[in-house]
Design a protein around this ligand. Structure first.
Ligand SMILES: Cc1cc2nc3c(=O)[nH]c(=O)nc-3n(C[C@H](O)[C@H](O)[C@H](O)COP(=O)(O)O)c2cc1C
Ligand code: SF4
Length: 457
């Protein structure tokens, strides 16, 4: 059976009892790569190696990291590095584990990226709910200052770096990079019109690189081992490894690091297979925004998933078993988008709200035969017409559920109830659940969409 390839998760898996401490990190060679980078390389060389490694952003879009850095104007100062540690995509929990269990690898990666981009200030935008992770990051930052890995003249070079940890208030839209910048500046977190892109005009109007936590935590390995060694893993266009957050109706939900291009079935096997030997019904391959798959014979890399009409996204894979009600799955997913829609543009604000209303009535036995085509119309009204990708993503998730599981939607309408209702009596997110206690929690699900699947974020 496939084993994990632990490049960025090696330290935290080998030393689970103390991987986050400065003592363990130093004993394991932390900050040695940073020393080599700032004392032996120029910022341009660091950008070239990053380009050569083929590293693509792990926040969702898969944009080549080195190329993004090369868009930053050389002669405008100050420049900023912003770390996207918001991780709001449902079922994604890789950045959280990285910051909680190996904060010094995250800081070392931040320092390498800041050096490459000649940024002397880096901001970590940390999801508000990450209590343990933010405490560990906070402590790691203090320790790094004490050891001289942050501050002025790092390793005797001319490179200065301050890191500021900022906790958000827990809004999904603040993971979108331009909304994140508004939030960081103290405004309401809503997307900005682009261009100009952050690389040219970002935080406080200055050139700003925004990178995901996992992207940055990969840099120490690349600079310790070389771009060539990194490219030996993964595929030609999606090199390296990726942390996949694997959840849903499986035996062992967890983060698994495997080369990009690994078969989805191998990842399912790594996670112990389907819970209780149940059959697979659907897979959400890249977070709630990604259209569904119905089988596991596919290579998990950016381009293959795009060709298959879906996306790798943040690498959050959720497996749904044969007992799952797909109308409820669509409802829970759209409720998430409705709740997180920032309200700035009409197609998303009204479209997500309307879709939830229609899905609620289908799920609760009051659906009409024309509701499925109405749901397609609502999706078409959001797709390509929303101000930012949140509205588009909501439409993809909606359309995919209705298209692939049309028979289930029709069955709900024909029967005048949810076919799975009697068996499971599960409420997750649905507002008008049947058979619920006051706390809004029904009988424990034997299966169906549970909190370990689409309800978790
Ligand atoms: C609605 C929305 C939410 C997002 N949430 C996150 C997030 O939580 N974390 C993240 O790194 N990127 C998120 N992104 C992607 C960021 O906008 C951006 O592409 C990413 O931080 C760039 O870093 P990377 O190039 O290292 O991937 C989100 C995008 C959208 C549209
Ligand atoms: S698409 Fe949704 S989240 Fe994005 S700007 Fe419009 S209302 Fe806000």
């Amino acid at each position: 059976m496939l084993q994990e390839t632990r490049l960025i998760t090696r330290r935290l898996r080998e030393f689970p009892d103390d991987s986050w401490t400065i003592e363990r990190a130093l004993d394991d060679g932390a900050y040695e790569t940073l020393r080599k980078v700032v004392t032996e390389m120029s910022p341009d060389e660091v950008i070239e190696v990053t380009k050569d490694s083929g590293l693509r952003g792990r926040g969702g879009a898969g944009f080549p990291t080195g190329m993004k850095w090369s868009f930053v104007p050389k002669d405008v100062f100050p420049k900023y590095l912003v770390v996207n540690h918001d991780e709001g995509e449902p079922c994604t929990f890789k950045d959280r584990e990285l910051a909680e269990s190996d904060p010094h690898a995250v800081l070392e990666g931040i320092a390498i990226a800041a050096f490459a981009n000649q940024a002397s200030k880096a901001f970590i935008y940390c999801r508000g709910e990450f209590a343990l992770g933010s405490r560990r990051l906070d402590r790691a930052i203090s320790e790094a200052y004490d050891k001289g890995f942050l501050g002025s003249g790092i390793f005797g070079s001319k490179f200065d770096l301050d890191i500021i940890l900022h906790r958000g208030a827990g809004a999904y839209i603040c993971g979108e990079e331009s909304a994140l910048l508004d939030s960081l500046e103290g405004y309401r977190g809503q997307p900005r019109l682009r261009p100009p892109y952050p690389a040219v005009k970002g935080l406080y109007g200055q050139p700003t690189v925004v990178n995901n936590t996992e992207t940055l935590a990969t840099l120490p390995w690349i600079f310790a081992n070389g771009a060539g060694a990194y490219k030996k893993y993964g595929t030609e266009k999606s090199p390296g490894t990726k942390m996949f957050s694997v959840s849903g109706h499986i035996e062992r939900p967890a983060n698994y690091e495997v080369p990009l291009g690994t078969k989805l079935q191998d990842i399912l096997d790594l996670a112990g297979g389907m819970r209780g030997g149940k059959k697979l019904k659907a897979v959400i391959p890249g977070g709630a925004s990604s259209p569904l798959l119905t089988d596991t014979d596919i290579a998990m890399d950016f381009d293959t998933l795009k060709e298959a009409g879906t996306m790798l996204g943040s690498g959050a894979i959720t497996f749904l078993d044969e007992d799952t009600c797909m109308v409820r799955n669509a409802l829970v997913t759209l409720e998430f988008f409705e709740h997180e829609s920032c309200g700035k543009c009409t197609p998303c604000r009204e479209g997500t709200w309307w879709a939830v209303k229609v899905l609620e009535r289908v799920e609760h036995g009051e659906g009409r035969p024309e509701d499925m085509s109405l749901l397609h119309d609502i999706a078409n009204g959001m797709d390509g017409r929303s101000f930012c990708p949140l509205g588009d993503a909501a439409s993809w998730a909606l359309r995919s559920n209705v298209k692939l599981f049309l028979d289930e939607f029709e069955q709900h309408v024909d029967l005048g109830r949810c076919p799975a209702e009697e068996e499971h009596k599960v409420l997750v997110g649905a507002r008008r659940g049947i058979g619920l206690g006051e706390a809004g929690v029904g009988d424990q699900p034997s299966s169906g969409i549970g909190v370990d699947a689409a309800g978790a974020s």
